[in-house]
Design a protein around this ligand. Structure first.
Ligand SMILES: O=C(O)CCC(=O)C(=O)O
Length: 265
């Protein structure tokens, strides 16, 4: 089974792992998230510890930032639920260095599309190999803004980075962009409807997007936890706008290490 998942991951660039944890595990996390979300104002990026980004998919909304000290259930969830599941697939000794943790919140109706993108296009790393775990705090379907993937697109290599709300390329971006509609370019596009017991695991090169939440009375909350999968060096280039780049004071070629990016396996 595990080898089968691993093979599918290599082939498709994404896998949906069913029943990775219990509903009650996610409920505990969601309750803590809701409490923090109600009051969180901070927009400052901390430089000496990992951050958790609260990102509402509403144009003009600024990202808010907290830490694992204030959201300890997230730290527990990563270490006790996510890491063991990843190790089942990649082996007990796989390298996992925490890169960033984001809660993507899509309110009903006012949320918008997060356009097709590839995570690694935003990351200043060499080698640039990452995986992401994504899971919803409540069951999610297409109407509510589930994630869509272009199957096998990770094999295309690095692409250009764009503004995720407008699809406008970042300044000085000279790399080829992901097609506006990968299905027209011949890719199978799969919408990952899932329960809150399931997790997605995608390769940092795999193209994905999410549509707006049109499900009345439902707020789509999806958690993304990204890991670097081998030791890397800092390799800055224009257009890499992820919040964590502000946590660094590294020169090009320096090992990508530091308190904000702990190795957790
Ligand atoms: O939650 C979403 O809608 C987007 C998630 C995403 O793009 C990511 O985790 O890279």
């Amino acid at each position: 089974m595990t080898q089968d998942l691993r093979n599918r991951f290599e082939n498709d660039g994404v896998i949906l792992v069913k029943n990775a944890w219990k509903n009650s595990d996610v409920e505990i996390l969601k309750n803590e998230y809701d409490k923090i979300d109600a009051d969180l104002q901070n927009k400052e990026i901390f430089k000496d510890e990992p951050i958790i980004v609260f990102w509402k998919h509403v144009q003009g909304e600024q990202k808010r930032i907290t830490t694992f000290k204030d959201f300890p259930k997230m730290w527990d969830f990563i270490n006790k639920k996510i890491v063991p599941n990843v190790k089942k697939i990649f082996g007990e000794n796989c390298y996992l260095q925490l890169l960033e943790t984001i809660v993507f919140n899509k309110p009903y109706e006012t949320s918008n599309t997060l356009h097709w993108h590839q995570d690694v296009a935003y990351f200043p790393l060499k080698p640039n190999n990452q995986i992401a775990i994504w899971f919803p705090m409540e069951d999610v379907d297409e109407e509510a803004g589930a994630l869509n993937y272009a199957i096998g697109s990770h094999k295309e290599g690095i692409k250009g980075s764009t503004d995720l709300h407008t699809r406008k390329p970042f300044d000085n971006e000279d790399r080829e962009l992901i097609p506006a509609d990968p299905s027209e370019a011949g890719y199978e596009v799969k919408c990952m409807e899932m329960s809150n017991k399931d997790m997605l695991l995608h390769n940092g090169y795999t193209w994905h997007y999410s549509g707006p939440n049109k499900k009345r009375g439902y707020t789509r909350k999806g958690v993304s936890v990204r890991f670097i999968t081998e030791p890397s060096v800092f390799d800055p280039r224009p257009g890499q706008g992820a919040a964590f780049t502000k946590q660094l004071s590294l020169a090009a070629g320096d090992p990508f290490k530091g308190k904000p990016f702990p190795q957790i396996n």
